[in-house]
Design a protein around this ligand. Structure first.
Ligand code: ATP
Ligand code: MG
Length: 157
């Protein structure tokens, strides 16, 4: 069963703030697999910036558009930010070291998870960013983790 909440994102700062709050919830619930869905430019990397800074990363968050993966070994817990838009085949995930990532407890933030379909584990948390008629929203949904759902339902931005 999936449930979740929708947030209005009137500014870039709101997207960053939601990323920070979601990072707190994911850490508190011991979750790790975060999918970011939404069109090009919807705000996935912007939200990831707030998330990674909340985990302790300082400074710039580079979009993994070309490298496909950027790792943050110094954050607590360590995190990996992936953008699978340019993945030609889900099997290429092997070359990104996916197997080691999946056996670790590190957090994975994955933009364009649909490109890795069939090779990724289920998401603990899915964030769907929408940009329609000048209005931006985020629909956040949670898989089986009821502790995570409880944390998310208390978020206000
Ligand atoms: N809530 C918001 N209000 C206004 N601008 C925003 C908001 N969220 C993000 N932006 C802006 O939208 C632009 C695109 O954002 P971002 O790079 O995060 O998108 P993306 O979903 O990661 O795109 P891609 O699929 O290309 O990786 C950036 O210039 C960012 O500052
Ligand atoms: Mg991006």
């Amino acid at each position: 069963m999936y449930s979740g909440c929708t947030f209005a994102l009137p500014s870039e700062a709101a997207t960053v703030a939601l990323g920070e709050q979601l990072a707190k919830a994911v850490v508190a619930a011991g979750a790790r697999m975060v999918f970011l869905r939404g069109d090009l430019g919807a705000g996935k990397t912007t939200l990831s910036r707030g998330f990674l800074q909340q985990l302790g990363h300082e400074g710039h968050v580079k979009s993994p558009t070309y490298t496909l993966i950027e790792s943050y070994p110094q954050t607590t817990p360590p995190a990996h930010h992936l953008d699978l838009y340019r993945l030609a085949d889900p099997e290429e995930l092997e070359y990104l070291g996916l197997r080691e990532l999946l056996t670790s407890r590190d957090i994975c933030l994955i933009e364009w998870p649909e490109r890795g379909s069939g090779c990724l584990p289920p998401a603990d948390l899915t964030i769907e960013l929408r940009y329609q008629d000048e209005r931006r929203t985020a629909r956040v949904s949670v898989g089986e983790n009821s502790v995570l759902l409880r944390h998310i339902s208390t978020i206000t931005i």
